[in-house]
Design a protein around this ligand. Sequence first.
Ligand code: ZN
Length: 501
Amino acid sequence: MTHDSAASLTELRDRLGVIADLTQASALMSWDQRTYLPPKGNAGRSRAIATIGRLRHDRMTDPSLADVLASLEAADLEGDDAALVRETRRDVDLAARLPRELVGRAAEQFSLAETSWAAARAHDDFASFAPVLRENLVIVREIAQAHAAGGDLYDALHDLYERDSTAAAVEAVFTPLRAELVELVGEIRERGRSIDVSPLLGAFDEGRQERFNLGVARAFGYDLDGGRLDRTTHPFASGIGRGDVRITTRYKGDDLRGALFPTLHEAGHGIYEQNLPAEHAGTPLGRHASLGVHESQSRLWENLVGRSLPFWEWAYPRLQETFPDRLGAVDLEAFHAAMNVVEPSLIRVEADEVTYHLHVMIRFELERALLEGSLDVDDLPGAWNERYEAYLGITPPDDRRGCLQDVHWAGGMIGYFPTYSLGTLLSAQLWEALRRDLGDVDDAMRRGEFGGILSWLIEHVHRHGRRYTPAELTRRATGAELSAEPYLRYAREKYGTIYGL
Ligand code: ZN
C-alpha cells in the first residue's frame, strides 16, 4: 500500500468515526424515546433526531468524503481495506440519492408516528393513527422513488433491509413454504395429540420472570457489562455503540411465554451485535450483514436452542425453582410440549414456529398493496382481518391485536417484514451446518453449556460484520444458497415428535 493510500484510509476512518458518533447519538435518543421519555418530550425529541439525521446526511454526502473514497477506489487495495471502501461506497451512494430535506422530514415524521402508533395501540384507536400512516406512506414512496431510479418501489425499499433480495425472490420462497406449512398445520390439527397449555397461563411474578429470562440470556452469551434489559411497547434490540448493546421486552400478565421468548430473541440480536468485529467498530464493516442475517441469530437462540428439549432439560429445573407453586408439579415433557404448542394466534411475536411465517406473509402482501396504493389506509383493518381469517382461521377481535400490533409501518419501515422469515429459514440452515461441524450439541445444552454454539456463530457469522453480502455469508457458513428445506426438515421432525404424527 502506498503512503497516500494509508493516509487516505486514516482519513476515511476518521470521517466514518464522526458519522458513527452521530448515529450513536440518534440511536440512544430513539432508545430513550421507546423506553423512558415522558410523553411531553416526544415532539422535541423527534425534532432532535431529525436534526441529527440531517447532520449525518451532510457528512455522508460531503464532497471531501467522496474525494477520499474516489482516491481509495483508484488505489489497489486488498482484503478488509478493499471491503471497507466497497461498503462505504454503498452507504455513500444510498445517502446521496436522498435529498437532505427528505431525510430530516422522514426522521421527524417517523419518530412522531411511532408515538402516535403507541397511543393508538394502547387505546385500540386505528382511526387516530390512519392519517399518520397515510403521511408515512407518502414519505416512504418518495424514499422508494429516490432509490428505485425507475425500478420497482418495493424492491428498492426491501433492498435497504435485505441486500440483493427482491419481492420476486421472497415470493419464490414463500409460495412453496406456505403450501408446506398449511399442510403441516392441517396434519397437526387433524392427527396431532392435544396439548395442554394451562401450565403457562395465569399470573407469574414479573421480577422473577426477569431474573430467570436474563439468566438464560447470559448463559447464551449476552454480556450484561455491555448491555441491559428494559421494558417497552414493542421489543427490540439496539446496538447503540461499541460496548453498549441494549435489549427490551414486554410482560404479558397472563402468559409466561409473553416475555420469555422476546427476551431470548432480542438477546440473540444483542449477542450478534456484541460480537461484531471490534477492529471495524464505527465503520460499515463493523455492522451487521443484513436484517435477515440479524434475524437468523435471534431466531436461532429463541427457537433452535430456546424451544428445544435439551435446553429445557437444563433450564426447566431452574424455572421450577423460580415458580415452585406454579410449575413444581408439571413434568418436563408436558412443559416442553406446552411451550411448543402449534395453534393459530393473533400476535406475530408470540406465534409458534410453524404458524409464524403466515403472519409475515400477510404483512408482506399488505405492505406491497399499501405502497402501490391498491389498498387504502382506511381499508387496512378490514384487509388485515380478512387475511387472518383466510390464512390462520381466526379474526382479530380488535385492531390492537390486529393491524396495530407491529411498530414497523409506524416507523416508516416497508419492505422489512420478509427479513423475519428469511432470517428464520437461515437460522435452521445455520443450525444444520453447525451440527455438521460440531456434532451433537444436545449434551452440551443439557449441561447449560452454550459456548460451543456461540463460538461457531462468532466464527462463521458475527466476526465478519459486513465483509460479505448476505448471500456470500450464507454460502460460506453453510455451503449452500438460502433454502427453506432445512427449516422444513427441522419443523417436520420436531413437530412430528411433539404431536406424535
Ligand atoms: Zn428480531
